[in-house]
Design a binder for this molecule. Structure first.
Ligand code: ADP
Ligand code: MG
Length: 384
C-alpha cells in the first residue's frame, strides 16, 4: 500500500484505458476521479484536492498542449503526466514544454505508472513539509520582532502613564467631595486603568522570562482560575464541565504561566458564548504526539478547553496565534491572549492546537510535557 496516497484526475476518452488506469491506482491506495475529454476538464472546479493529473495527449476535443496552460493556472500544485502514443516523442516533448511534469508512453506499464505517481506523491509531501516549516520560521521571526518592539513601546508608555495616573489621583484627593469636576477625573482614571492593563499584557507578551518549574496540579489550578469567571459564567448561562478523571494532573511547569494560559483560553471561550453554551475542560495524559517522536508513553498532559460558541472562520484559524490578531471590538480585544499562550506552551516544550467549526464551537488543546526540558529552568528557581 502507498504511504503517500494522492488524489488524481485521469483524463482519457477510451473507456477501457480509463478503467484500467483507475484500477491500477486505486488498488495501490490512491483515489481517482475521471474525465472523458477537454470539455469535461474545463467544467471542473475543486482543483486544490488534486495532486496529479494523468492526461491523454490526444482527446476527441483537444490536445494536452491546449489543456496544459489552463491546468497550470487552475491547478498549479498538480503535477501533469501526459500519456502519448508509442513513437510520439515529439508530442511528449511538446507537452513537457507546456508544463507537464512527466510523460508515459502507451501501452502504459503499471509499474512505470506507479513509480511515477509515487515520485510525484513524495515530491508533494516534501513540498508541503517545507512550506509548513517555512511558515513556522516566519511566524517565529515575526513573534520575535513584535516582541522587541512591544517591550520597548510598553516600557516607554508605562513611565509617563504612571506619572499621569499619580497626578490624577492626587487631584482627586485634593478635591472637595462635591466638586463638579470629580466625574471627569474619575473617567480619566478609568481610561488610564485600561491603558495600564494593555501595557501590562504587552509586557507579559514581550517578556522572555524562562519558566520557573515546579510541580503543580492542573486540576486545582483549573478550579482556581474558573473561580475568577464565576460571575460571567453565571450571567451568560454557561454550563461548565470539568473532566479530570485521569490518574493525576500533576506536571512540572511554571505556575504563573500556567495560570495565564488557562486564563486566556477560558476568557476566549467565555467571550465566544455570549448567549450561553457549554464550557468543557478536560485533562488527560497522552502518549507521544507523533510517531517516531523520541518519548515514552504518557509523557504529555493534554489540557483541552472546549466551547460551544461562535467558532472561528477557516481563514482566521491560521492567524489566531498571531500577536495583535483580534476579531473583537476596539477596547475589548488586544489580540495578545493566544500569542502569549502559544509562547508559554512553547517555552515549556509543548504544543498548542486549535480546532473549530463556525457555529459549532472551538477546542484548544495544549500538550504540556509532564517533565519539561527547559534550558536551565530547573535551576533558575534556586539560583536567582
Ligand atoms: P483577543 O481575545 O484579545 O481578541 P486572542 O489572542 O485571545 O485575542 O484571540 C484572538 C482571536 O481568536 C479572537 O479575537 C477570536 O477571533 C479568536 N478566538 C480565540 N479563541 C476563540 C474561541 N474560543 N472561540 C472563537 N474565537 C476565538
Ligand atoms: Mg483573548
Amino acid at each position: 500500500m502507498e504511504h503517500n496516497p494522492l488524489h488524481l484526475l485521469i483524463v482519457e476518452d477510451d473507456a477501457d484505458t480509463r478503467a484500467n488506469l483507475r484500477d491500477i491506482l486505486t488498488l495501490n491506495g490512491h483515489s481517482v476521479e475521471t474525465a472523458t475529454g477537454m470539455a469535461d476538464v474545463l467544467s471542473r472546479t475543486a482543483w486544490s484536492t488534486f495532486g496529479a493529473v494523468i492526461l491523454d495527449r490526444k482527446l476527441p476535443d483537444g490536445t494536452a498542449e491546449e489543456l496544459l496552460p489552463h491546468l497550470r493556472q487552475v491547478a498549479p500544485e498538480a503535477a501533469v503526466i501526459v500519456v502519448t502514443g508509442f513513437g510520439d516523442l515529439d508530442g511528449a516533448i511538446a507537452a513537457i514544454r507546456h508544463g507537464a511534469a512527466d510523460y508515459l508512453l502507451k501501452p502504459i506499464s503499471p509499474d512505470l505508472l506507479l513509480s511515477r505517481v509515487t515520485r510525484i506523491a513524495e515530491h508533494r509531501r516534501l513540498a508541503l513539509e517545507k512550506s509548513e516549516l517555512e511558515h513556522q520560521v516566519r511566524q517565529a521571526e515575526k513573534l520575535a520582532a513584535v516582541g522587541q518592539l512591544t517591550a520597548g513601546l510598553a516600557h516607554e508608555i508605562g513611565t509617563p502613564l504612571n506619572v499621569i495616573s499619580g497626578r490624577a489621583e492626587m487631584l482627586l484627593e485634593r478635591m472637595a467631595a462635591d466638586d463638579p469636576s470629580r466625574g471627569d477625573i474619575e473617567r480619566i482614571l478609568v481610561q488610564i486603568e485600561r491603558i495600564t492593563k494593555l501595557v501590562t499584557q504587552m509586557l507579559n507578551f514581550a517578556r522572555t522570562r524562562p519558566p520557573e518549574i515546579r510541580p503543580i496540579g492542573l486540576l486545582p489550578l483549573v478550579q482556581e482560575v474558573l473561580a475568577l469567571f464565576e460571575h460571567q459564567v453565571r450571567s451568560h448561562h454557561i454550563a461548565v464541565q470539568v473532566d479530570g478523571s485521569g490518574p493525576v494532573s500533576t506536571i512540572r511547569a511554571d505556575p504563573d504561566q500556567m495560570q495565564q494560559l488557562l486564563f486566556n483560553l477560558l476568557h476566549n471561550a467565555i467571550d465566544a458564548m455570549p448567549d450561553g453554551g457549554t464550557l468543557t475542560i478536560r485533562i488527560d495524559r497522552t502518549g507521544p504526539r507523533q510517531e517516531g517522536e523520541d518519548a515514552t508513553d504518557g509523557c504529555y498532559m493534554r489540557l483541552e478547553i472546549a466551547d460551544t460558541g461562535v467558532g472561528i472562520a477557516p481563514e482566521h484559524l491560521t492567524r489566531v496565534f498571531e500577536p495583535f490578531f483580534t476579531t473583537k471590538a476596539v477596547g475589548k480585544g488586544t489580540g495578545l491572549g493566544l500569542a502569549v499562550s502559544h509562547r508559554i506552551v512553547q517555552n515549556h516544550g509543548g504544543r498548542i492546537e486549535v480546532k473549530s467549526e463556525v457555529g459549532e464551537g472551538t477546542v484548544f488543546s495544549a500538550y504540556l510535557p509532564i517533565e519539561p526540558e527547559v534550558d536551565g529552568a530547573a535551576e533558575s528557581g534556586r539560583d536567582e
